[in-house]
Design a protein around this ligand. Structure first.
Ligand code: GLN
Length: 451
């Protein structure tokens, strides 16, 4: 099969299946076929990604191709450069077929805050795909593309991977360049791959990881071969299981399923001990202050002057800003801008932002202590399986609490992987594997042995 044939078949399949999945905001057949043609002309297929179609979350800048962050305010916006990860995928020969749906500016956990459409879960179209990278997850699980990229600020790769029964990796903070990712919360955001297998995931991360002079937080560390420890062997691996990850709010059926997965790792020769991450319950509160504060600053750039949408009938510059932002942003985005602006204001800073920053340090110390003795931390990815479309969208607090198991990993900058751990009531359950900073290898090793 040629790259052109594969690209054509992929685009046809997306056209046939996306009415149900609604995973893509846009596809770009012309650019994809042009890319495939060049690859076929070159005829060099040595790289595993050459000619392979990919879906890109719509908050990753693609040169000349509309990139909206699923926001009305960026409707029609065509970046003039590619995100570093996109450039790296292209250098490896991958072919981008389209931009996937997401929560507006990655704010949400169900992809329902998108301005454009509602994506459905690949296993049950009446359920949410998770979020914010729900389009990427659903596209991979639904067989539209073999892999996709997403971003994870508080769980947005791992939770939709869990809800769709696939593999999703949030790498260590700094492992992957954020250049060209529309910033939500700069100290938390990371880009990572969605795939159907751990092996594929490791291959994609190898392609996108590494230092980048465009991102001052991109790590200089060497990028190891992430597939190196995919041996199936976990004998002697020390696994910690935090008791807080099986406490209040966790669906007992999900807990049971994840415990069975952990028993399987134990049967393979790993040692498993219960540990405590005592500050887990403060993570969500700290996250919503830190994330909103950073987002309120990052989103100032959308002013109606520089990008995309601009309101009509304005009286003056101030009116242009106000009208554009009022009409251009959705409710969830406005809620977070207000919360963030408040948390950073002189009167509230000490009581809110500073406190949240202290909690962040306590969470990091919790993890450090456990990692003195253990190789990985394992538990559920999300407290429940996918819920019905429309069920939680009006209850932001319930939605926020659903991130309790993924958020601490972002606050501590650690790598976290979600792999499928079977099903509850016909819906996939995610097993989360958390590693030491920059130890994605051991995380993949564990996931591969289990899978
Ligand atoms: N669901 C979380 C939130 O709404 C995480 C989002 C993300 O990781 N981008 O903030």
């Amino acid at each position: 099969i040629t790259a052109t044939e594969l690209t054509e078949a992929t685009l046809d399949n997306i056209a046939a299946t996306d009415e149900q999945l609604q995973a893509f905001i846009s596809t770009n057949p012309d650019e994809a076929l042009a890319q495939a043609k060049l690859i076929d002309e070159k005829g060099n297929f040595d790289n595993v990604l050459t000619g392979i179609p990919v879906g890109l979350k719509d908050n990753l800048a693609t040169k000349g191709i509309q990139t909206t962050g699923a926001s009305h305010i960026l409707e029609g916006f065509k970046p003039i450069y590619n995100a570093t990860v996109v450039e790296k995928l292209f250098n490896n020969g991958a072919v981008s077929v389209g931009k996937t749906n997401m929560d507006e500016f990655a704010m949400g956990g169900s992809t329902e805050t998108s301005y454009y459409k509602k994506t459905t879960n690949a296993w049950d179209h009446s359920k949410v795909p998770g979020g914010s990278s729900g389009g990427s997850a659903s596209a991979v699980a639904g067989g539209q593309v073999p892999f996709a990229l997403g971003s994870d600020t508080g769980g947005s790769i791992r939770q939709p991977a869990a809800f769709n029964g696939i593999v999703g990796m949030k790498p260590t903070y700094g492992r992957v360049s954020r250049w060209g990712l529309f910033a939500m919360a700069s100290s938390l955001d990371q880009i990572g791959p969605f795939t159907r297998t751990v092996q594929d995931n490791a291959a994609v991360l190898s392609a996108i990881a590494g230092f980048d002079a465009h991102d001052s937080t991109a790590s200089q560390r060497e990028v190891p071969d992430f597939s190196k420890k995919l041996t199936g062997d976990v004998k002697g691996l020390k696994i910690a299981v935090p008791k807080e990850y099986f406490g209040e709010g966790i669906d007992p059926k999900v807990a049971q399923q994840v415990k069975a997965a952990i028993a399987q790792l134990e049967a393979l020769g790993a040692t498993v001990d219960e540990v405590s991450l005592p500050h887990t319950k403060y993570g969500v509160a700290a996250y919503y202050i830190i994330m909103s504060s950073e987002a309120s600053s990052n989103l100032q750039r959308y002013d109606g002057v520089r990008y995309g949408f601009r309101a009509d009938d304005v009286k003056n510059l101030e009116d242009l800003y106000v009208k554009t932002r009022s009409e251009g942003f959705g409710d969830e985005v406005k809620r977070r801008i207000m919360l963030g602006t408040f948390s950073l204001s002189a009167g509230a800073y000490d009581a809110f932002f500073k406190k949240a920053a202290k909690i962040r340090t306590l969470l990091i110390e919790d993890f450090n202590k456990v990692f003195e003795k253990y190789d990985v931390i394992v538990g559920p990815t999300a407290p429940t399986v996918a819920y019905g479309l429309g069920e939680e969208v009006d209850d932001p607090t319930a939605m926020y609490l659903a991130d309790v198991l993924t958020i601490p990993v972002n606050l501590a900058g650690l790598p976290g992987l979600s792999v499928n751990a079977g099903f509850v009531d016909g819906l996939p359950v995610g097993l989360q594997i958390i590693g030491k900073p920059f130890d994605e290898q051991t995380v993949y090793q564990t996931g591969y042995a289990y899978e």
